[in-house]
Design a protein around this ligand. Structure first.
Ligand code: ZN
Length: 141
């Protein structure tokens, strides 16, 4: 199985069965964002806990937007605000440029979304949840 096929399977799996879904109450920050071009919507909830951030989301929309939200929450749960901000910047970078090996490792399974940048109309779908994350990080601080 090629890396592309593995990534494809991973994305489908997250789109079909998104992780960390639902409301988080109480939350320290939440942000709802939509992508009218595709009909995607992500509502992200963030709570700052002792051991790191806790993230959950409610969403509807295309496979890419929902898989991205799921992978994002999986990658960021339990991390510090600073770490999450770094990872979010890395993800944005990936949507524009090639990453080095270490950066790809840092993004873990979320690196599976790298192929999306070939389809410029879908980049917005992939970034939607991460934009909500940035807004929440600003508010939690
Ligand atoms: Zn979409």
């Amino acid at each position: 199985m090629s890396i592309e096929e593995l990534y494809q399977e991973l994305l489908l799996d997250h789109a079909k069965a998104p992780r960390n879904t639902g409301k988080l109450t109480p939350a320290d920050a939440d942000f709802s964002i939509n992508n009218p071009l595709c009909g995607d919507r992500v509502h992200l909830y963030v709570r700052k806990e002792h051991e790191g951030l806790s993230l959950r989301f409610e969403g509807v929309g295309c496979s890419i937007s929902q898989a991205s939200a799921s992978l994002m929450t999986e990658l960021c749960n339990g991390r510090s605000l600073k770490e999450v901000a770094r990872i979010s910047a890395l993800f944005r970078k990936m949507m524009q440029n090639d990453l080095n090996e270490q950066e790809i490792l840092d993004l873990q399974d979320a690196a599976a979304l790298a192929g999306v940048r070939k389809f410029s109309s879908r980049i917005r779908c992939a970034l939607l949840a991460w934009e909500a994350l940035d807004r929440c990080v600003e508010r939690v601080k």
